[in-house]
Write a protein that binds this ligand. Sequence first.
Ligand SMILES: *[C@@H]1O[C@H](CO)[C@@H](O)[C@H](O)[C@H]1NC(C)=O
Ligand SMILES: *[C@@H]1O[C@H](CO)[C@@H](O)[C@H](O)[C@H]1NC(C)=O
Ligand SMILES: *[C@@H]1O[C@H](CO)[C@@H](O)[C@H](O)[C@H]1NC(C)=O
Ligand SMILES: *[C@@H]1O[C@H](CO)[C@@H](O)[C@H](O)[C@H]1NC(C)=O
Ligand SMILES: [Zn+2]
Length: 375
Amino acid sequence: MSLTSLYLLYPLILTIGFGSSSEEHDALPLNYLQVRPGSSSFKIALFADLHFGESAWIDWGPLQDVNSTKVMSVVLDQETPDFVVYLGDVITANNIAIGNASLYWEEAISPTRARGIPWASVFGNHDDAPFEWPLEWFSATGIPHTHCTLPNSSGSGEQECSFRGTRRIELMKNEIKQNNLSYSRNGPKDLWPSISNFVLQVSSSQDPDSAVALLYFLDSGGGSYPEVISSSQAEWFNRKSQELNPSSRVPEMIFWHIPSKAYKKVAPKLGIHKPCVGSINREGVATQEAEMGIMKLLVKRPSVKAVFVGHNHGLDWCCPYEKLWLCFARHTGYGGYGNWARGTRILEITQQPFSLKSWIRMEDGQLHSEVVLSS
Ligand SMILES: *[C@@H]1O[C@H](CO)[C@@H](O)[C@H](O)[C@H]1NC(C)=O
Ligand SMILES: *[C@@H]1O[C@H](CO)[C@@H](O)[C@H](O)[C@H]1NC(C)=O
Ligand SMILES: *[C@@H]1O[C@H](CO)[C@@H](O)[C@H](O)[C@H]1NC(C)=O
Ligand SMILES: *[C@@H]1O[C@H](CO)[C@@H](O)[C@H](O)[C@H]1NC(C)=O
Ligand SMILES: [Zn+2]
C-alpha cells in the first residue's frame, strides 16, 4: 500500500479503533483520572510481575498468590495510591490449565478493587503464553485432575480444561466488562496482535479539561507473539501524542512490560552509581527482540519524562537516557523467578508546578531509592 493511501485511511482507522469496539468504555474520547480535590499530588503504585497461577498444581503455587496478595494489600494500605498500574505478567499462563485464566487475573486485581482504587493493566510475556505440560505429569502421579476442574455457570461441574491459554483479547475484555474501576482498554484493532495500547489523562483537581500528565500504555508483546513494540504501535503513539499534546506542554509517562534496548545502554555495570538510583542490579537487562522506532519518538519529545517496565525481577533501578529516565519497577509478586524481597515502585505526580517523584515501598514497610524524575 502506498504512503498516500495509508494517510487517507488514518481517520477511518481511528474511528474503527476506538468507536466501534464492542466495549462501551471504548466510546469515550479520552479517559481521565483526576487529582483529588484538596490534594496537590496524584500517586500511582506499579504492581509488576505478580505471576498469579504459577505452579498452580503444587502446594506452594497457590501459597505464592496468597503472599502476593499480602504484598499488594500492605502497599495499598501504607501508600493509599490514587491509581494502580498492573505492569504485565499478572499471571503465568504457561502454568494455568483451567479453561479461563481470567479467574487468576481477577484474583490479582482483587486487592485493588476491594479498596475502591482504579487501575489499568498492560500485558507481559507470560499473560497469554500457551500451557507448558509439566514433565512430572507423565510420571506415576499423573495429571492432577482437581486443578483442571472449573465448574461453570451451569453448575454441571464437568471438567473444563484448556491447554492453549486464554487470549489477550479475552483477558482484557473480561477485565473491562467485570470491573467499573478498570481503566484498561483493548487498543485500536489495527495494532493487533498487541492489545493493551491506550492513553489516560491525569487532570487537575480544579478542571477535568486541564491535563497535569498523560499516561501512555503499550503492549510490548511476548507470549503468543514476538516481544516487540511494532512500527504501527510507534506510529500510533506518534499520532496520539501529536493529537493530545501537540506543543509537548503536558508531561508524559510511558508504561510497558519488556525493557527496550536503551535500558541495556544505560545499565550500571557493578552496583548502582549516580546518576542511576536503585537497590538491586543482579542480572543483565532482558530486552525486547527488536526495536521498531518507539524509542526514537520518545527521546524526540521533550514532554516524555520516564518509561517504566517490569520483566527483570532482579533489577529495580532508574537511569537517565538522553532527556528522559528509564526505570524498572520492583518485583511485586511471589510468583516468577528470584527471591529478592518484594516491593512496589511508587510514582508521585505533583501539579503546579509539575514534578514527578518516585520511590520503592517494600513489603516490610521500608522505603528506599527515592528519585526525582522531572528534572
Ligand atoms: C510466603 O512468604 C513468606 C514470608 O515472606 C515466605 O517465608 C514463604 O516462603 C512464602 N511462600 C511462598 C510459597 O512463596
Ligand atoms: C472467565 O472469567 C471471567 C471472570 O470471572 C468471566 O467474566 C468470563 O465470563 C469467563 N469466561 C468464560 C468463557 O467462562
Ligand atoms: C457449561 O458446561 C456445559 C457442559 O460442559 C456446557 O454445555 C455449557 O456451555 C457451559 N456453560 C458455560 C457458560 O460455559
Ligand atoms: C461498580 O461495581 C460495584 C460492584 O461490582 C457496584 O457495587 C457499584 O455500584 C458499581 N459502581 C458504578 C458507578 O457503577
Ligand atoms: Zn515476570
